[in-house]
Design a protein around this ligand. Structure first.
Ligand code: HEC
Ligand code: HEC
Length: 319
């Protein structure tokens, strides 16, 4: 667990943390039980991964999940890891765990208007959350991720949304989510780790705190680009290790602030911002196409490109 072990080191150099310094008492797992009223499923431990070919696939899937930039470089176009948003490497209830997802597909998705297999769902993560390229169906990367998720779901009935799937529902805010209030919440509760500029922080060449916006974060088509998803994720899981500590209003406000920043283009961009908004973002949870500080979000003039996989890696599919 790269992040967990490197966090205290990075913390020592961060002054503004105060009460967070007792870090180990606040590991996310301590909050898993709060993620849902009903007891959530507990996935099998690492030690239960079997020897042999299947176990090798599961281990590879977990490696990709933790370090996609290293083990699936041809498909990754930013500095994020799957495990940055699916905490505890896809195990944590209330942080869209892979076991909860695995048993819930095939499922119809309005995002693309057809019934999606689990593999297709994984493809979307690379295209949007990772600002990369979808691995082709049957690609070893998808097979390994599928094997890992299958392993985590062992013992759960198929075709049911189990307690702990997705993010816990969040009550609607009392007042309309507000960018300026969100900026204040961000400064008080997030900037120490994710940086005042939202670009995250690295130590020894490793990303310790992932970027929330900018060219190396998720793109405009990603699930986290929806204010509702981001508010739910943030309320349940952030500040890291202190999930549930923000009020719902604070979570909606800060999600609005985060999802009003510059980030890579939606890969479905039609060439026209207003048209792209009308086709894919026509709802109050997306700021795409709206004007913030005089700039139109998604305007190619101020928007980094989509799908920025490294060229060398792109020519070596499967890597
Ligand atoms: C920037 C944060 C982020 C990153 C990085 C990310 N995801 Fe996700 N993922 C989400 C969000 C948010 C959702 C829920 C989206 C929705 O409901 O539309 C989601 C949903 C999913 C689902 C479906 C969950 C369900 O219960 O239906 C799967 C499977 C998944 N992600 C896998 C991955 C994999 C594999 C990677 C890495 C290749 C990845 N994700 C990277 C944020 C992220
Ligand atoms: C104590 C440090 C810390 C604080 C404070 C913190 N985060 Fe995070 N955050 C992290 C880490 C570390 C991860 C990645 C977790 C992992 O990989 O296990 C993360 C992941 C995320 C992600 C998903 C990954 C991405 O880059 O998009 C979002 C969104 C997020 N944080 C938002 C927030 C918001 C909003 C706040 C303030 C309310 C906040 N965080 C406060 C450390 C922190």
């Amino acid at each position: 667990m790269t992040i967990r072990t490197s966090v205290p080191v990075a913390f020592a150099s961060l002054v503004a943390l105060g009460s967070l310094t007792d870090w180990t008492a606040h590991l996310p797992a301590a909050h898993a039980a709060e993620a849902n009223d009903k007891a959530a499923f507990v996935p099998p431990p690492e030690s239960a991964i079997p020897q042999g070919k299947f176990g090798d696939e599961v281990r590879l899937g977990e490696k990709i999940f933790r370090e996609p930039g290293m083990h699936a470089a041809a498909y990754v176009g930013n500095d994020l890891r799957c495990s940055n948003c699916h905490l505890d490497a896809g195990r944590l209830a209330g942080s869209a765990p892979m076991w909860g997802a695995y048993v819930s597909y095939p499922a119809y998705r309005s995002k693309n208007g057809h019934v999606n297999s689990f593999e297709e769902r994984l493809q979307g993560c690379f295209r949007f959350s990772m600002n990369g390229k979808a691995p082709p169906l049957g690609d070893p990367v998808l097979v390994a991720l599928e094997s890992y998720s299958f392993f985590l779901a062992k013992g759960l009935p198929i075709d049911e949304a189990p307690p702990g799937r997705g993010f816990p529902a969040l009550p609607k805010p009392d007042t309309k989510p507000d960018y300026n209030r969100g900026a204040q919440v961000y400064a008080d509760h997030c900037a120490a780790c994710h940086g005042g500029d939202g670009l995250g922080q690295s130590a020894d060449g490793k990303i310790v705190f992932p970027p929330l916006w900018g060219p190396r974060s998720y793109n405009w088509g990603a699930g986290m680009g929806s204010i509702k998803n981001a508010a739910e994720f943030i309320h349940a899981n952030m500040p890291l290790g202190m999930g549930g500590s923000l009020t719902p209003q604070q979570a909606w406000d800060v999600a609005t602030y985060v999802d009003s920043q510059v980030r890579p283009q939606d890969p479905r961009f039609t060439g026209n911002v207003a048209e792209t908004r009308a086709k894919f973002h026509d709802n109050p949870n997306s700021m795409y196409g709206q004007t913030i500080d005089g700039a139109v979000l998604g305007d190619p003039a101020v928007t980094p490109p989509a799908g920025t996989v490294p060229e060398a890696a792109a020519s070596e599919p499967g890597k």
